[in-house]
Design a protein around this ligand. Structure first.
Ligand SMILES: Nc1ncnc2c1ncn2[C@@H]1O[C@H](COP(=O)(O)OP(=O)(O)OP(=O)(O)O)[C@@H](O)[C@H]1O
Length: 291
């Protein structure tokens, strides 16, 4: 979790971007803004035919070439996104559409190649489960260091560690090195940590779906409470059920561009068809009935 707000701009960011727009928000507001943000990846070792034109496949970003002929994947293109306190937004789209790249842009891991991105608030990214964890030390120690990675102090994490340990249900495994854990066990640990702290901006990807159904039922309640406490959620997933449980709006990302933004049911329906929209509706109805 980063304490400082971050603003990143591409080399050619227009004069209007991040700084001059500061006037429209108050200093304390939790916000995420991107203005025409694009992320390109140059691929120096690609074996390619010549790229006279941009190439489009069904999956993946647009492949083209830089002025000097280096193949490039345009992973995100002209993303204009404005989120404020209370927004819970899901990202849908084909493999390689750009969802993870957008999560990394918002987390400050990538900078925009063009355009600008400004994030105001403490960000807790829950993806790349390897980041902020050490395979050689115990689960207990990893609870502490992952919390510190997300901006907590060691003392604060020690005070929370019993509660987190209980939540994970990992028992004696917490004494063992993390390298002995399955993916789902690692996710349990990461979810235990992130749901015990109070990030303002929570960035999740579907790696968290690796846990079993019983645990997810339990984690969902904690996640929903966390999402209500935290200001903004951005969640990339291929699971409509999970999206409907956590998000109320969605963005459909297609070949690096925003194809549609709207209510979760409408966007899932446009992306995957009426049966998927009906599934979302069913989840929403079930959740309403549970309340
Ligand atoms: N580090 C990288 N180097 C080169 N290309 C990359 C890199 N990361 C992503 N890409 C490319 O950027 C595009 C977007 O990828 P991204 O991982 O953001 O998609 P995604 O929507 O998260 O896909 P999925 O649903 O499969 O997880 C893809 O064409 C991918 O090949």
């Amino acid at each position: 979790m980063t304490d400082d707000d971050h603003t990143t701009e591409g080399a050619d960011a227009p004069a209007h971007s991040a700084h001059s727009r500061n006037t429209i928000v108050t200093a304390s507001a939790v916000r995420v803004d991107t203005w025409d943000a694009s992320v390109d990846f140059p691929i120096f070792d690609a074996k390619t035919r010549s790229f006279k034109k941009s190439v489009l496949g069904r999956a993946g970003g647009v492949i083209g070439a830089s002025d000097s002929g280096v193949p490039m994947v345009e992973a995100l293109s002209n993303i204009d996104l404005h989120l404020e306190h209370g927004d819970r937004i899901g990202l849908v789209g084909h493999n390689g559409a750009g969802k993870s790249t957008l999560l990394r842009l918002l987390s400050g891991i990538y900078e925009p190649t063009r355009g600008a991105c400004r994030v105001r608030g403490r960000v807790a990214p829950v993806f790349d489960l390897g980041v902020g964890m050490d395979p050689e030390i115990s689960g207990f120690e990893n609870i502490i260091i992952r919390g510190m990675f997300l901006g907590m102090t060691r003392k604060e994490m020690l005070a929370k560690s019993d509660d987190i340990a209980e939540f994970t249900e990992l028992g004696q495994h917490l004494e063992m090195p993390l390298r002995t854990y399955s993916t789902g066990m690692r996710v349990r640990l990461a979810l235990g940590v992130v749901t015990s702290i109070d990030p303002e901006i929570l960035i999740l990807d579907e790696g968290i779906g690796a846990v079993d159904a019983d645990f997810m039922r339990k984690a969902r309640k904690r996640l929903q409470a966390l999402v209500e406490r935290s200001g903004i959620l951005v969640f990339a997933s291929h699971s409509n059920e999970f999206l409907a449980q956590l998000c109320d709006r969605a963005l459909w990302i297609d070949k690096g561009r925003i194809k549609m933004e709207g209510g979760i049911e409408d966007v899932v329906g446009a992306y995957e068809g009426p049966a998927a929209a009906a599934q979302v509706r069913e989840v929403l109805n079930r959740m309403e009935a549970d309340e």
